[in-house]
Design a protein around this ligand. Structure first.
Ligand SMILES: [Zn+2]
Length: 299
């Protein structure tokens, strides 16, 4: 757990529970995406299953080794099948959970993206949460807990995860990727290491957006379209890139650019509503450019 970044309070809470042998049957690890909830849940599971039964896994026993090799007989991680965790997956888990543990004192189940569970899946899981076998430990991991039934939530001990401090993200990216994040870049990460990692992969695209926005006043619309052409191919990451555009506009200190923020918000809505992608991008740049040039000319 020492290697996990941020959320020290969560670390302490989980370790104290283990130390005092007060581990509940079910937990809800809740917080924004990309802050290590699943990593924490896995480390917690490994600790529970470790033969040493201490505050952290020894890493050497049979249990720790098979956990690291992803074949621990008393552990299972359930993830969405397509977009959702389905009732069949919960039923399979329920069959397995009924069998006593083979190697450890516990059987541990992680439901990653538990908030994607269908309603039927949630109702089915509820039965297990209400009457879990003594040895069962169930860890729900969710970034949008509003999608979980209240009856599910009330059966779990909630472990709230906070966004990670900007300074820690900065150090992490420096150390692991030799990447110096600017203030704008840190702002768009909004406390999420996951977002910083996406950014690391798409850094040239992020920097290109920043450059276009910084030079909007000097460029005609055709230049802007040409320079922004790469966005047509970034459908998968467009929401992250648009979030970055928001941050750059917001920090631009130009009233026209700050006014243009609403067009980026509109574009995000259109993309979420599956509007024509290329048209949405074109329209966005057109409106942003017009906003800047209208004000610019008036001055
Ligand atoms: Zn161990």
């Amino acid at each position: 757990m020492e290697e996990l970044i941020g959320n020290n309070k969560v670390k302490e809470t989980l370790q104290t529970m283990i130390k005092n042998q007060k581990v509940a049957h079910s937990y809800l690890f809740s917080g924004i995406e990309g802050i290590g909830k699943t990593l924490f849940a896995r480390e917690f599971a490994k600790t529970l299953l470790c033969e040493e039964q201490k505050e952290k896994p020894c890493g050497k026993c049979k249990s720790c080794k098979s956990f690291a090799e992803n074949n621990h007989p008393d552990f299972m991680q359930i993830e969405p099948d397509g977009k959702a965790i389905k009732i069949e997956q919960i039923r399979y888990m329920q069959e397995k959970i009924a069998e006593k543990p083979i190697r450890a004192n516990y059987k541990v189940y992680i439901l990653k993206d538990a908030d994607t569970m269908t309603r039927e899946a949630q109702n089915s899981l509820l039965k297990t949460l209400e009457e879990p076998p003594v040895y069962a430990r169930i860890l729900l991991v969710a970034s949008n807990e509003n999608k979980l039934l209240n009856t599910i939530k009330s059966r779990c001990i909630k472990i709230p995860f906070l966004p990670i401090e900007a300074e820690k993200i900065k150090q992490y990216m420096q150390k692991n990727y030799e990447m110096e994040l600017s203030e704008n870049e840190l702002a768009v990460c909004a406390g999420s290491i996951g977002k910083a990692l996406v950014m690391q992969e798409l850094l040239p695209q992020y920097r290109q957006i920043e450059e276009i926005i910084q030079n909007l006043e000097k460029q005609d619309l055709l230049d802007v379209f040409q320079k922004a052409e790469f966005l047509y191919k970034e459908k998968e990451h467009i929401l992250d890139l648009l979030d970055y555009m928001l941050v750059v506009l917001y920090h631009s200190k130009s009233r026209a650019k700050i006014n243009a923020i609403s067009y980026v918000e509109d574009a995000k809505q259109r993309i979420l509503a599956n509007s024509n992608y290329d048209m949405t991008i074109d329209y966005l740049w057109m409106r942003v450019w017009e906003e800047v040039h209208e004000k610019y000319n008036r001055c």
